[in-house]
Design a protein around this ligand. Structure first.
Ligand code: ADP
Ligand code: MG
Length: 249
């Protein structure tokens, strides 16, 4: 059974398709990059798979079930700008949100939930900030907290939308090490990423997207000059950078 199966997925905004007829069969545990130019529909693809946006056409299955029946198994870190940073909430409260799928309706967290929150805060090296308001953290610290929330959910699939934007180099390394650890536990991690220079280093597989699926497969086979050209079209500056990279590697 596939971990994630996407069949003919089309998502539109005001009748304009943002992604069109996407087909994906994602099998064994791996780290998968979602790569394409600005506005290509990368975030829309994640939201479409998660059922956060209605599908115009198509069907998504997670471990053979609908997304509604798999919510515990899927953790999501949205793109940073989509979070309301003025919302008065502290670090441990944000991380506890990862436990919500496990709490009974109106139920309060159990001791075991609190232990999990403590454990994941330790993992992302943020335990001493447990009572800090989230808006008072640096960009890198905020992203560590988002990751902690996703870890607290103990899911099998992780969707991360541009997790390295606005974070310091040390945090990027720390986050990527935790992502590799998740993979070693058999999990699947899908990461929207726009820095082409890290694609070969980071991802086992790559989804190249620009409204339609340009290609999906092993990074060594898919991250080629020809397919990058096809994905980025006329966006020359990025292309030149990509070409330089292909020469360097
Ligand atoms: P990416 O994440 O690859 O930069 P998005 O998935 O955010 O791309 O957007 C894909 C396309 O859909 C873009 O043309 C964008 O302008 C449009 N779009 C995204 N969100 C909305 C929205 N809420 N309403 C209308 N159009 C949107
Ligand atoms: Mg996006």
């Amino acid at each position: 059974m596939d971990t994630i199966s996407v069949k003919n997925l089309t998502v539109t905004y005001n009748k304009k398709p943002a992604i069109k007829g996407i087909n994906l069969e994602i099998g064994e545990s791996s780290i998968i990059g979602i790569v394409g130019p600005n506005g290509a529909g990368k975030s829309t693809l994640l939201k479409g798979i998660l059922g956060l946006l209605p599908a115009d056409t198509g069907e998504v299955q997670i471990f053979g079930k609908s997304i509604k029946d798999s919510l515990k198994r899927v953790a999501y870190i949205p793109q940073k700008e989509q979070f309301d940073w003025d919302f008065p909430i502290n670090v441990s409260e944000v991380v506890m949100m990862g436990r919500y799928p496990y709490l009974s309706l109106f139920g309060s967290p159990k001791e075991s939930d609190k232990e999990i929150v403590n454990r994941v805060l330790e993992k992302v090296e943020m335990k001493k900030y447990a009572n800090t308001q989230i808006r008072n953290l640096s960009g890198g610290q905020q992203q560590r907290i988002f990751l902690a929330r996703a870890l607290a959910q103990e899911s099998d699939i992780y969707f991360l939308d541009e997790p390295f934007v606005g974070v310091d180099a040390k945090t990027e390394v720390a986050i990527f090490n935790l992502i590799k650890e998740l993979k070693s536990e058999g999990k699947t991690i899908m990461i929207v990423h726009h820095d082409l220079s890290k694609v070969k280093e980071y991802f086992d597989k790559v989804i190249l997207i620009n409204q339609i699926l340009v290609a999906f497969g092993n990074t060594s086979e898919v991250f080629t000059e020809e397919l990058i050209h096809k994905t980025y079209g006329g966006q020359l500056t990025i292309l030149q950078k990509a070409e330089q990279l292909l020469i360097d590697n």
